[in-house]
Design a protein around this ligand. Structure first.
Ligand code: IMP
Ligand code: MG
Length: 178
């Protein structure tokens, strides 16, 4: 199998594009089954989930909206150092059905931060859809409603996922060669 080199690391083909799309289509059907009459708002967590979100949204054949949120870090003026803030939520989500769209849930720390941020927004029904999930790494307890593919703890790139900003453009997913 053809390996690729990204910066200083070597990766091998892992999940081909067609298998990713199969998982995406299955997730779209599950979402349709549950939310077809709810006009859900899909909140995509940038940057990694942009490609998954685009393919998923094309497979949804019911009324739905999409918007994008992102964590940004800035150096705090206090000694606490870096502060992370969620930006981009300009919709009124009170009383709505919201689906968080993530590329991968690993430890769950990032998603928990998003959930904390949204906790006072009076969302009626908040669900989580992640393309990839690393069950052996997961340390949290919140429910993940829609999962595309479960994977072991290997570091992967492609289909939106990056290594130091690189490789998000790959159609297939690759895993690191140990
Ligand atoms: P968590 O906070 O540990 O769940 O990690 C979630 C975030 O870490 C994801 O949104 C990704 O940006 C990044 N991440 C986790 N695992 C990988 C990986 O295997 N490749 C690339 N990025 C990853
Ligand atoms: Mg991400």
């Amino acid at each position: 199998m053809a390996t690729i080199t990204v910066l200083d690391k070597v990766f091998e083909p892992y999940i081909p594009h067609e298998k990713i799309l199969e998982a995406v289509r299955r997730m779209a059907k599950e979402l349709e089954r549950d939310l077809a009459d709810k006009n859900p708002l899909f909140l995509v967590i940038l940057n990694g989930a942009f490609m998954f979100a685009g393919d998923l949204f094309k497979e949804l054949h019911f009324p739905a909206e999409i918007s994008f949120i992102k964590f940004v870090s800035y150096s705090g003026t206090h000694s606490t150092g870096n502060v992370r803030q969620l930006i981009g939520l300009d919709e009124d989500v009170a009383g709505r059905t919201v689906v968080l769209v993530e590329d991968i849930v690993d430890t769950g720390i990032s998603m928990e931060k998003v959930l904390e941020y949204l906790s006072d927004k009076k969302i009626k029904d908040l669900r989580i859809a992640t393309l990839l999930f690393k069950p052996n790494s997961y340390k949290k307890h919140f429910k993940i409603d829609y999962i595309g593919i479960e994977i072991p703890n290997d570091f992967i790139i492609g289909y939106g996922l990056d290594y130091n900003g690189q490789a998000r453009n790959l159609k297939d997913i690759y895993k690191i060669v140990q």
